[in-house]
Design a binder for this molecule. Structure first.
Ligand SMILES: Cc1ncc(COP(=O)(O)O)c(C=O)c1O
Length: 371
């Protein structure tokens, strides 16, 4: 392996032998500087975007799946079994295929079509379960059943929370290692929150980095849709989740209960951070801004951290002394309906060959001459 990417941190990950690594090139994602564009517009000192949507399976979950399937190989386990809103499943299925192993997934009933295709195209078996994600009791019940069945049958639990799969989740910490290596002076880092595993892993990673290299831990902010409020409930001491179903339409963040309530609360409290609610509308606006100002296409969940940054800047919580990082967690191709909503009716018109000359004259030559 010439470019080790995430596996550059092999020594900090819970795998015994490098010979068992199953990789598709995960990690080592770029930290893109948006200070001169969005950063300047919203008045923060600097703004960097961690491009996790560029991972092999289009989300940060590729890191977790790489480690999960490597552990599976090291332990000669029978396969993977898990829940998913789509991205964890797509990642698990791809890495299982790469290792010649099998995966069984129980996904949200309204998992996006593209995420379902990603799972099936690489040979993953999936069932859509009513209530999972959307209501707290069903989500916990199914996850707990999977976790104990996995243990009994020698399967690895592809449940992306420390509560269920603490070793595989250590892969999330490598996002923080990479950010701390490249941009050690960040004051705040914003992360989207569904089950809370990403937020928990980021804090653990930054805290390990502090212990090993002395780099200060940035303040962590958990951005979540208004209609998926398990994080503020947990912060207020109620880890049992929402009493009513999720109303947000943001795929990946539709979680009525946190998988990692203790980890997420401790990440915010120990780093002096907070939760930040944003509407689905604000999330779509941030997605649109990333596309049109930076040329970056993410799915709505992937723009949620930036929506949080924008809302906090507007409310005066961030300013010229803030050096902000935002995690872009999932790729735009996964949610084609959200791209269609962004574009509206602005589809390219169909024209004839004879019209091309006139258009070139009008659009390029006259423009060049300043007409
Ligand atoms: C694109 C994307 N962003 C964020 C999240 C939320 O991560 P977590 O459940 O670890 O909070 C998910 C979870 O599926 C996701 O797919």
């Amino acid at each position: 392996m010439t470019d080790r990417r995430m596996w550059k941190y092999f020594d900090r990950l819970p795998l015994e032998s490098e010979a068992n690594i199953v990789t598709l090139g995960e990690g080592g994602t770029p930290l893109l500087d948006a200070s001169a564009t969005i950063g300047a517009e919203i008045g923060v000192g600097s703004l960097v975007l961690k491009a996790e949507h560029l991972n092999p399976t289009g989300s940060f979950k590729a890191r977790i799946a790489s480690l999960a399937v490597s552990l599976l190989r090291e332990r000669s386990l029978a396969g993977l079994v898990g829940t998913s809103s789509g991205n964890g499943g797509a990642a698990g299925a791809a890495y299982a295929a790469a290792a010649g192993s099998r995966i069984v997934l129980f996904t949200l009933s309204d998992t996006l079509a593209m995420k379902r295709l990603e799972i099936s195209a690489v040979g993953g078996a999936a069932f859509r379960v009513d209530g999972v994600g959307h209501d707290a009791a069903s989500t916990r019940r199914v996850a707990d059943m999977i976790s104990s069945a996995a243990r009994a049958a020698n399967f690895y639990p592809m449940l992306t929370g420390y509560h269920y799969a603490p070793e595989a989740m250590a892969a999330v910490e490598t996002i923080a290692f990479e950010i701390a290596d490249e941009s050690p002076g960040l004051t705040e880092v914003y992360a989207p929150v569904g089950g809370g595993g990403l937020l928990t892993g980021l804090y653990r990673g930054f805290d390990r980095e502090r212990a090993e290299t002395g780099t200060a831990v940035p303040t962590l902010v958990g951005a979540h849709p208004e209609g998926a409020s398990a994080l503020p409930l947990a912060l207020a001491g109620d880890a049992s989740g929402m009493a009513t179903p999720v109303t947000s339409t943001v795929s990946g963040l539709q979680m009525a209960v946190l998988f990692d309530p203790e980890g997420a609360v401790s990440a915010l409290q120990s780093s002096g951070g907070r939760s930040r609610a944003v509407s689905d509308d604000e999330i779509w606006q941030a997605q649109h801004l990333l596309a049109t100002r930076c040329g970056i296409l993410v799915e709505p969940a992937g723009a949620t951290s930036l929506a949080g940054v924008i809302a906090d800047a507007r409310d005066g919580r961030l300013g010229s002394r803030s050096h902000v990082g935002a995690i872009l967690s999932g790729a735009g191709y996964k949610d084609t309906a959200s791209l269609a909503r962004m574009v509206g009716s602005a589809e390219p018109p169909v024209i004839s060959v004879t019209e091309v000359g006139g258009l070139l004259e009008n659009l390029l030559v006259s423009h060049e001459a300043g007409v």
